[in-house]
Design a protein around this ligand. Structure first.
Ligand SMILES: NC(=O)CC[C@H](N)C(=O)O
Length: 441
């Protein structure tokens, strides 16, 4: 007698070996699959047991464009999310699909260069209501490859708005899709990890779903990719973009310290925050050597956030950071900068299943016992077990216990995995810029 799907899921839920599924017919699996009865996390085990390939198992069942649909988000497993396109026409490069739980700050999120190589889906349904403006851009362009939202954006309701979300995205050359069940999509990302996807908003309204799914599936993903050098500035420059007037208790933004910021994909509000803390900031390209950095005679060095796999960027960044440490110059790192500093100290990084992205992530500062609500955007993390003696764990995520900060007092260096510059998100962690300048003076 044919085993029932409930029985199969019970066995898989109990983590029994896929071998216990022998005798399950491929036809039955196809039927259950098209009825949506098999959670994606069980697909690999069922495929192993039945001999079905990913293509057989999950190819789109129909290539008919539903009425009103002008765009499609196609996942590597062949799932298709139809919707209404906006922004720029075109077909995105294959990307990692990730979700962000922020309720506000979509423009800062979209322009954060750390999203290079990714399509962003917001869990918050109303994106675009306050339009867009030039002040809220964290970089001069969008490095993310697409935007997925639930509701169509409405006419902007904000005195600062100069363009609606669609016009701004079109200007930036990025496609968007609205009308997607982003709750279902987020659950899917949770179950699958972050899948590869392609966002298609073709001008001619034609979709070759199999080809799009195949493109997504053929892409190797973010692991091993050094994207920092692609989003970094190419020439050094001095930051003249102002300060950030938030309540952080600094007496004066008069520059007291000479800081070199290594740009792996820096957000502007980090540079503003350093300036607000009293730093004259010289921004240098990602691939600067220790010599290039030390030539500016810095009082301190800052390592920025940035996209891609830290292990790939480490090939050139780690020798530079080690050179700066050998010269005894204090270092502060944020996000990718944290991962690179940890690697330079002897630690290792790994890919998180689905990453932390949003403005509501609780982190405990172990040095003070205080909990702060933080802004985050990362898909990799530092493996605490890999950190050598002398490197202290200073911050931990209260969501999943993963590492959120380290310090090495002997070398006067520290870093955090999250974003104390906020933008978007709460400014609970702004004290870290003070911690940095206190170390310099
Ligand atoms: N915001 C960041 O700097 C991200 C760092 C790294 N690219 C990650 O995904 O973990």
């Amino acid at each position: 007698m044919q085993t029932s799907i409930d029985e199969i899921l019970r066995r898989l839920g109990g983590n029994e070996a896929a071998a216990t599924l022998t005798g399950v017919s491929p036809e039955a699996v196809r039927k259950w699959r098209s009825a949506g009865a098999i959670p994606p996390r069980h697909w690999p085990a069922i495929m192993t047991a039945t001999g079905l390939t990913m293509e057989d198992f999950s190819a789109p069942s129909s290539s008919e464009v539903p009425p009103g649909a002008t765009a499609a988000l196609v996942l590597a497993d062949g799932s298709v999310f139809w919707g209404r396109g906006f922004g720029a026409h075109g077909i995105s490069q294959p990307s990692e699909l990730c979700f962000n739980t922020g309720l506000t700050g979509y423009q800062e999120t979209l322009t954060d260069p750390s999203y290079a190589g990714q399509i962003i889906t917001f869990t918050f349904p109303h994106i675009g209501n306050v339009g867009t403006n030039a002040e809220d851009e964290e970089a001069s362009r969008i490095f993310a490859r697409g935007l997925v939202v639930k509701e169509d954006f409405t006419a902007p309701s904000n005195y600062r708005s100069t363009a609606d979300l669609g016009a701004w995205l079109a200007k930036m050359g990025i496609p968007g899709i609205a009308g997607v069940d982003t709750r279902a999509l987020t659950l899917r990302i949770r179950d699958l990890g972050a899948p590869n996807a392609v966002l298609a908003f073709p001008e001619d309204g034609k979709f070759d779903l199999k080809a799009l799914a195949a493109q997504a599936a053929a892409w190797g993903g973010l692991e091993g990719l050094d994207l920092a050098k692609e989003v970094s500035c190419t020439q050094s420059y001095e930051w003249t973009g102002g300060t950030w007037s938030w309540e952080h208790g600094f007496a004066s933004p008069e520059p007291r310290f000479n800081v070199v910021a290594v740009d792996f994909g820096a957000k502007r509000n980090i540079l503003r925050s350093l300036a607000s803390a009293g730093c004259k900031v010289t921004v240098v390209p990602a691939q600067s050597t220790a010599e290039d950095i030390l030539r500016h005679k810095p009082d301190g060095v800052f390592l920025s956030n940035g996209p891609g796999d830290p292990a790939a960027t480490a090939t050139y960044a780690v020798p530079a950071i080690q050179g700066v440490m050998a010269a005894g110059v204090p270092i502060f790192g944020i996000c990718l900068g944290h991962q690179l500093l940890s690697t330079a100290l002897g630690g290792k990084t790994y890919k998180l299943e689905r990453g932390h992205r949003g403005a509501n992530q609780p982190v405990k500062d172990l040095t003070t016992g205080k909990v702060e609500i933080t802004s985050q955007n990362h898909g990799f993390a530092v493996d605490e077990k890999s950190l050598p003696a002398g490197v202290e764990v200073t911050h931990v995520s209260l969501f999943d216990g993963s590492n959120e900060g380290i310090a090495c007092k002997a070398k006067r260096v520290f870093s955090v995995q999250y974003h104390p510059e906020a933008s978007p998100g709460p400014s609970d962690s702004a004290y870290l810029f003070k911690r940095f300048v206190d170390m310099l003076g």
